[in-house]
Ligand binder design. Structure first.
Ligand code: SF4
Length: 227
């Protein structure tokens, strides 16, 4: 199938949205921003199932506010977030985020900052890199930004699209140009790509059942690269 390059990404989006139930995505419109921010920080280098266990521990221990996170000793938080690995590091990152929110006048006030300003604040916080910052912007602050991650890169490389290299900033610029600045659409797009890469375009891709096979270079046998 041939698609004009400018239409290809939105065609991919439509095919994925038709295939996957994004109501299964862990962050929905009703998910509180607090849960999203903690999850975005804890999920670095681990699986979402481990994040769920750590969040459940925090909730069960009554450590379920930024004030409570700040009030507790770092090693006590570390015990609660052990399921996500590197618990002291993750505990320190949660406390750094809690301090950022406190200094901004609270989480709601922080998330209401203009997107560009909020992104800079997040990036200046220890342990928050571009992917985490953009996830917080898109899902917690509900700004119409894009999130780039390893799943997106794997999928795009296999299809045969995307910028050269793997610099986050280049991918962010490229993704931003592919979709209209519609937050709901961009949230759905990111969720659909992650679901697709977990269930179909896995490390060993299941091209025979893939809705994108007709437009994918790898799926058509045009490239042997697994990206
Ligand atoms: S055709 Fe194969 S490689 Fe291409 S997107 Fe689908 S599963 Fe991934």
């Amino acid at each position: 199938m041939d698609f004009p390059p400018s239409k290809l990404f939105s065609t991919i989006h439509e095919l994925l949205i038709a295939q996957y139930d994004i109501n299964r995505w862990h962050w929905q419109q009703s998910t509180p921003p607090f849960d999203i921010c903690l999850g975005a920080i804890l999920v670095q280098h681990t699986a979402w199932t481990n994040v769920e266990k750590a969040l459940a521990n925090l909730r069960a221990a009554g450590v379920w506010s930024l004030e409570a996170i700040q009030a507790l000793a770092e090693d006590e938080i570390a015990l609660l977030v052990r399921p996500v690995g590197t618990p002291l590091t993750k505990a320190s990152r949660l406390q750094a985020f809690a301090a950022l929110a406190r200094d901004a006048g609270g989480l709601e006030a922080l998330l209401q900052r203009p997107a560009g300003e909020l992104r800079l604040l997040l990036l200046s916080t220890p342990g928050i890199g571009p992917e985490t910052a953009d996830a917080i912007l898109l899902y917690a602050a509900r700004a119409p930004v894009v999130v780039h991650d390893a799943y997106t890169e794997r999928l795009c490389r296999r299809i045969g699209i995307g910028p050269e290299g793997n610099r986050y900033a280049d991918w962010r610029t490229w993704l931003d140009a592919q979709l209209p600045p519609d937050g709901d659409l961009r949230r759905a797009n990111h969720a659909a790509i992650v679901l697709h890469c977990k269930e179909t375009c896995r490390v060993r891709p299941q091209c025979d059942v893939c809705p994108l096979a007709g437009l994918c270079a790898y799926g058509q046998g045009l490239t042997a690269s697994l990206g």
